[in-house]
Every structure is written in structure tokens, then in C-alpha cells.
Design a protein around this ligand. Sequence first.
Ligand SMILES: C[S@@+](CC[C@H](N)C(=O)[O-])C[C@H]1O[C@@H](n2cnc3c(N)ncnc32)[C@H](O)[C@@H]1O
Length: 257
Amino acid sequence: MGRNNSMACYIADMTHDDATPTATENTAATDIHGEIPPALIAKADAVLDWRWEQTPIAGHTWPLAVAADPDAMLIDACKRQDNGETGVIDPFWAATWRAASGLDQFLETQQLDGQSVLELGCGTGHAGISAALRGARVILTDGVEDPLHLVRMSSHAIADRCEIRRLRFGIDRLDQTFPIILGSDVTYLRQLWPELEQCLMDHLAPGGVVLLSDPYRIIANEFREWIGKRPWSYTEHKIEMKDDPEHPIRVMELRRG
Ligand SMILES: C[S@@+](CC[C@H](N)C(=O)[O-])C[C@H]1O[C@@H](n2cnc3c(N)ncnc32)[C@H](O)[C@@H]1O
């Protein structure tokens, strides 16, 4: 599959719309989050155009700070790479993916109150915020700094339960382990798998569980085959989605075998 085809495929999976911010959205964001510190807003403003998006999370309507135009950001990155520019990082964090909604839904079945949770590749932070709203203490991480500015705003109302850190798979290491690790749509690139697995081994507490969601991507099927040959036990969950029942979300449950 060509580079542009694969980008188109990712763009087609997005759940965001292109609505511009409205006064109602911003009022609701203040209602939930209170006054966001101007320094946080200034940092986000310096990096990208963003807006509040009312997002169903853990049974709440939660104002999530998202990129204003993720399509344009992805297409721009794609064009720059096609023109030979090196070092351009795909801004896949710029959208909130359906896999995050599926993982959010699955978390309803888990006992999270008081648990310590790590989210990898959090993007806009949907899954980690879901865990925090369900009572967990969560460290939300991404390999890219830009989305973390948005996540700091989106978790402002529950900042006592959320810590936001940069963590690159296989490179950075936190000095603690976690009984629960979450990852929504982080298996989409074959090259990432060894670093992702290293990160899981570095951070999973003994007896802990890893929950990885994806929209039944073909590449994630290959990940399932790959991880199945590694020292992990594997269980799969199918999450029916109300927004599009024909396209459920898969949650892969991994435990050290
Ligand atoms: C498809 S997006 C999913 C974002 C978010 N979890 C969601 O479901 O909306 C993949 C995420 O993985 C992050 N990522 C990619 N490579 C990474 C790496 N090597 N280390 C840490 N995060 C990485 C990206 O920045 C991006 O936020």
C-alpha cells in the first residue's frame, strides 16, 4: 500500500467533525474545567489551532481540547514527506480515534477506582481521561509533546488524578510500574511494535494487564500474530459501537505469560 493510501485510510477512520468552536462549547468547557490557567492556553495556542469538542467519556459529556483541523495537519505532514522533507512526524495524535471510544466503553467493565494506570500514545487523552473519571490515578503519555498541551487542558478538572508526561516507546522509562496499561490505536505501525513491547515490559507490574484497542485494522491483525509468539497471554474483546454497529472496536488484553 502506498504512503498516500495509508494516510487516506487513517483519515477515513477519524471520528472528529470540522465544526468550528462555538460559544456553547466554550461555556461548557468552563463549566466543567473552571478557568484554565492562561499559561496552559498560551502554550497550546503557540503550537496549534485547537478547539473544545464535547465528547462522550465515561458517561459524561466531557470537553476535550482537540486540533481544530486534523485533516489539514495530516495532509500537510504527508505532503512535506512526499516532497522529501525528513524528520516530519505524522500528527496522528491530532484526531480522536474510534478505538479510544471503544476502550472507554470497555473500561466500564473494569474496576478502576483507586488503581494506578498508565496510558501510552494518549493523543488527545480520551482513554486516560476515561480511566481517571472512573476513579483511577492516571499518567497520560505520548511520544510527541504537542498533544500533551491539549491533554493538560482537557484533564484540568481532574488534575488531582492526572499526570501528563512525554514517553517515547522503548526510549523513555518512568521509575514505576502499573497494574493497568492502556493504549488506543498504538499498534498501527510495524516498526513501533518492538519499542512498544519494550515499553510494556518496562512498565507493567507483576500480574498486571495491558489493554490495547483498535478498529480491527489489518496491521493490528498482524500485531496480534506477532505478539502471540511473544511471552504474553492474549484475550480478545469485541466492543459493539452505537455510532456504527457494523464497525466494532477490538480490545486486546495482554498479560505476561
Ligand atoms: C493513532 S494515534 C492514537 C491516539 C489516541 N490514543 C487515540 O486513540 O485517539 C497514535 C498515537 O501514538 C503516538 N505515538 C506514535 N509513536 C510513538 C512512540 N514511538 N512513542 C510514544 N507514542 C507514540 C502518537 O503520537 C499518537 O498520539
